[in-house]
Design a protein around this ligand. Sequence first.
Ligand code: PEP
Ligand code: MG
Length: 764
Amino acid sequence: MILDTLRNIVGQVGRARDLNAALSAIVHGVRTTLNVAVSSVYLLPRAQVGQVNARLVLMANEGLAAEAVGQVSMALDEGLVGLVAQRAEPLNLADAPLHPRYKHIDNIGEEPYHAFLGAPIVLRGEVLGVLVVQDREPRHFSDDQESFLVTLAAQLASSIVQAEISDAVMPASANRTSLLSSEPLRGVPGASGVAFGVAVVMYPLADLEGVPDRVCDDPKQELARLRAAREAVREDFVALRKSMAKRVSEEECALFDAFAMMLDSESLLQGMERRILDGQWAPSALRDTVREYAALFAGMDDDYLRQRGDDVRDLGSRILEHLQDVEGFAREYPLRTILVGREITVTHLASVPDGRLAGIVSARGSSSSHVALLARALGVPAVMGASDLPIERLDRRELCLDGYRGAVHVEPTGVLREALERLVGEEVQLSAELATLRDEPAITPDGASVHLYVNVGLLADMAPADNVGAEGIGLYRTEIPFQVRDHFPGEDEQTRVYREVLAAYAPRPAILRTLDVGGDKPLSYFPIIEDNPFLGWRGMRLTLDHPDIFLTQVRAMLTANVGLDNLRILLPMISGVGELDEALELIVRARNELREEGLLIAEVPVGVMIEVPSAVYQIDALAKRVDFLSVGTNDLTQYLLAVDRNNARVAPLYDSLHPAVLRAIAEIVAGGQRAACPVSVCGELAGDPLGALVLLGFGIDSLSMSAGSLPRIKRVIRSVPLERARSLAHAALDCERGEDVRQLLRDALRGYGLGSLVRSDEDI
Ligand code: PEP
Ligand code: MG
């Protein structure tokens, strides 16, 4: 019962249109559930969160004087509400006025209330506000009541932030609450750079919740679209009813009649039409009407009626499907398109016409997600893991992305805009400077050379990779051509793709990695459902269980190499020698088969990715079996630190400069040197100026990175002597925290005049 009520309130808050509606739903829900006289929500303005001089503002209330809302505020060291926020602990008092911290506030009608219960609203360690209930008679609130309020406060924190942010990015003409100033929306850096552009929201088809707000210029046309879609759904029902009638009873078929009745419901229809006449386009008018009705049903006590909420939602999705059909779903991409979505995929990227992509903002994912890697390859900024992003409010709005800090500015104005425009200008200048390095060698001032390669995946990356003067391909992720198809590519199809890649670089070497699907790299046509995909059937584990897939791929690689001779094969996700031996045997088998078929197949160097902690501890045994080692710092970091590389919630913990990761890399380099086996790094650390500096100091032979990062890294190598890099790497190994490593390396780069490569919050 309590759980249901909780779920109800949380659901209503999640669906609220704006902050005021969200807060009203909270105070009303709490007051009726706990049957108390007063219920209030106090919030800290966002810009003050975490500051000692912050003031809590009474944002919503039932039971006190209505005028108090928005007027009453208190410092953290004032009153009982301040005490709850200060201590970040609940406070349950039988007689509040007797408490030394009690503070009387005039004219709000608080006098008659004695019992007080407050719970802090906390998100990711920061107190955002306080939830309070009060009652007339002196008494302690029961344990159940206290735990209800505490649980509710914990579950509401992120919805409140969502609603706040959503309000703050309302178009200038609409109402804005004053809690948020021009604060940017925050995510984590995905790909560096600063860019202005126009948001295009990507949303899955028929996903009502993903529909963005859009204004309609022609309500008449929108109404016609809506009617056509309703008619189409009605026809669907007739057809469905007919086909079901053969299989189920008449009673079950009545479900379709109920749906049809709902479809004709005057109030539902009027709700949608009113919203369209108010200026919304049909899909968002539908979304909001469905939300309103689904919430009504969800709030009912009767189980049967509650479930009708799902029916309304189902009906909404059906209408939406047809609206999108009518729309033909042709998206328009402005000249400077910034893709925005809950989850931006490789296919979304591929759908933007050439030259129009200016940036990416994704609510999910982190800096090592594959879209972020691709953004780097394409040289556009990306902000990942912006989990509080009010996606639906952003379509067609002007955004400025700051990929260095992971910030998104919505329609920035004034001084902020000037500062951002200055950064964009500096970026252009930096790119021009870096372009002059194209044909210069990657040699340190004291004469040490490091080979610089590029990571590629889409054929679209090939040209940029060539423009930056790479010495070859250090990592070709073959899963990407697999991901953009709707079937396993056959041997001939794969041979053609690999041939194109090898030929583009010959005689420079090209390292093709065998299929690394599973984990966060799904194939739509080969679904893998697992509780822990990153610890599951992924990379080599999957292809060894499917030697057919592996052999086909290796045969295609070897055939593509005929006459070019620049292929190297790399094996992903190796966790022990058993897997490696098995894979090496299969490679020999593929080679022998092809030779028997009469092809002139050359021996090719084979390398192994070191990206699982067990491989670090078996480095000698692995190194003696292969021709080269390639460190995958993206996965190595994830597995060493036990931090999911795509989980925005733990993104601050994901740090490839963590001293533990650096120590592991130092071990790998030492193991490679003992076996005279060259070591390269192809994870994202190689393309980070700070990472490249420390890797140079460790004595790495080559670095492979996105094309967009290569010129910066070349600049680092050409500026810092190897001797200095070595002493920095030593010092980094002695650091105890990632921040200390970062500070050390950043200061060193600034000392060499390379501050523009490592922007931080201090720059704006
Ligand atoms: C890595 O893990 O560092 C790596 C290069 O592989 P991927 O990012 O494709 O998993
Ligand atoms: Mg990997």
